[in-house]
Ligand binder design. Sequence first.
Ligand code: ADP
Ligand code: MG
Length: 404
Amino acid sequence: MSFEKASVRDAALPGRRVFVRVDFNVPLADGEVADDTRIRAALPTIELLRERGAAVVLASHLGRPKVQPEPALSLAPVGRRLGELLGVEVKQAPAVVGGEVELLARGLGPGDLLLLENTRFEPGETKNDPKLAEAMAELADLYVNDAFGAAHRAHASTVGVANQLPGYAGLLLQREVEELTKVVESPERPLVVVLGGAKVSDKVGVIDRFLEVADQILIGGAMCFSFFRAQGVATGDSLVEEKGVELAAEALERAKGSDCELELPVDLVLGRSFDAETERREQDCVEVAGGWMGLDVGPRTSARYAKAIAGAGTVLWNGPMGAFELEPFAAGTRAVAEAVAAAPGTTVVGGGDSVAAVNQFGFDDRVDWVSTGGGASLELLEGKKLPGVEALLDKTTVEEAPHA
Ligand code: ADP
Ligand code: MG
């Protein structure tokens, strides 16, 4: 399947003002950007726009402001970092929309950059308020969405404004959709999917989909305890998501009738509590006694999963194998990250915490595609349409559209 939306590459850009929705929802520490991965990921689109003589108005959300505006969630540190990365001035707007912002936008020349304030400083953003979308559309002639990480949300800056202006896909958004779609629709086989993390309910849609298309699903993380509970295996004080148990039982049932193998851990690393200093114990079985919680998969599980990953044509990994933030319980996640990095097949990692793990262990350069979208990547993999993508012009309309 080829990408069916109009690309920013096909837009007539010289002299145009372009509203670009990016995903600059980055972690901050002490008023500075703590990890600029998402800012770097948007640079190719921004550079293309500048090279082709467009004036660029950038918009992003950052965190979840409780009051609007919340100064600690200003995009100012992001603007500074972006300016450093590009080596040019990034003008900063005092708000998202309004008269003053319009003046700033109108004053932009070709190649100039204006960063709007946090879109969530506007209460209409998450409600997809048409008035806010109209005010955003006042700022530009064209719309580009490069915020893959926000494409699963129908907000004013991801959908509303795309209904007001001709909308194009940014380079990152397009690549994300292409890479993730390929995993589901035309993977090199065998397709091995490694799933972990905290909740089955977050990922049950993905499990269902991959029971149909994958050759193997390897389960780790706290998620495995919902499966063990469903099988009647004792889970002690492990984190078990109650509503996940029923979902896990259904998945186990469906797995029986499918060609896909669903694998669970065979050994565990236990602790007394979720704490790096806690008493730690490795055990070569999966029954967890009272007073203990499973915090990582054991070495035999890691070795089995690593072997499956090494033999895969395609590997998709989403969700850590254990509480990898705690060093004594990071080994399973590290082993999977290492196996993914070394795998000869095509490798794709998605999910905020799994991507953080890959970065933390220094394997990001050896993974074929590291997705910037957590929720968006899961929804796409489940087979859902992403509203932020759907709202863009179709490729076919662009060939004849007057604005193209
Ligand atoms: P991702 O962001 O990659 O999709 P999730 O958000 O689903 O992953 O899950 C990540 C979280 O799951 C991490 O904070 C990790 O500590 C936690 N986790 C993984 N395994 C366990 C476990 N056995 N017990 C408790 N927490 C766990
Ligand atoms: Mg997460």
